[in-house]
Design a protein around this ligand. Structure first.
Ligand SMILES: O=C(O)CCC(=O)C(=O)O
Ligand SMILES: [Fe+2]
Length: 229
């Protein structure tokens, strides 16, 4: 515990440990709303008809002030979150592999994506959307080394959550970092292969306070395995 390093929510942008880069405020509030709209639109379309109907009724009754168009989440019960398997890494979530962004449906999305893509260390990427429920969490893991290459970029949208990095061979070496909406992290090389990462549940203590819970969507971009750079 003594060598535990806790970084406050005010952690500056920059390199926190070798090969881990963090920008706490990369996207403006309006850019966050645009990305959240696009992500919700895609995730909602991939969900079941029954829940699509349920959401439609709720959104209509709220005067369209919530949901994808407004760039806000609906309450948890309007999403079909999967519990995950007992030994699985992710709990209470929905996710999808994204093959294309809804450029035509979401006004102003293109320039926001251009800014996002300007951060990518190399081309040849695969994009995932991951929506955690208010009680969703991700247990410590190293991303499958036979499924993607040497860097992983994560954009956080919605509720702030704590990212925990733990050195695989020195478990006492831990870094915890609050990921606010609009922040971006990149883990590459040592940070990608030699540290387990996890996203804690909403009520975990952070510093002297508690992190407010809530739903979070992350846009996870990985480089393809066969892109050598
Ligand atoms: O949501 C995040 O920031 C991390 C997601 C993650 O670790 C994964 O999908 O493998
Ligand atoms: Fe991961």
């Amino acid at each position: 515990m003594s060598s535990r390093r806790l970084l406050s929510s005010l952690a500056r942008s920059g390199t926190l440990l070798s090969d881990f880069h963090f920008i706490s405020d990369f996207f403006s509030v309006s850019e966050q709303r645009t990305l959240l709209s696009a992500a919700l639109l895609r995730l909602d379309a991939a969900g079941s008809r029954r829940f699509q109907k349920k959401r439609k009724t709720f959104i209509a009754s709220s005067g369209n002030a919530v949901g994808p168009t407004a760039g806000t989440f609906l309450p948890d019960e309007y999403y079909e979150f999967s519990e995950g398997h007992y030994d699985g890494v992710i709990h209470s979530y929905r996710e999808m592999h994204l093959t294309s962004w809804p450029i035509l449906e979401v006004p102003g999305l293109s320039p926001v994506l251009n800014r996002l893509h300007s951060l990518l260390p190399s081309p040849n990427i695969q994009t995932h959307l991951l929506h955690l429920s208010s009680i969703g969490e991700i247990s410590p893991h190293v991303d499958n080394v036979s499924a993607s290459g040497r860097w992983i970029l994560g954009v956080s949208l919605g509720a702030s959550r704590v990212l925990r990095l733990e050195n695989c061979s020195k478990p006492e070496e831990v870094v915890e970092l609050l990921l606010p909406s609009g922040s971006v992290y990149i883990q590459r090389d040592a940070a990608r292969y030699e540290y387990k990462h996890s996203i804690l549940q909403e009520t975990q203590a952070f510093g002297n306070g508690k992190v407010t819970g809530g739903q979070r969507i992350s846009i996870i971009i990985r480089v393809s395995l066969f892109y050598k750079h």
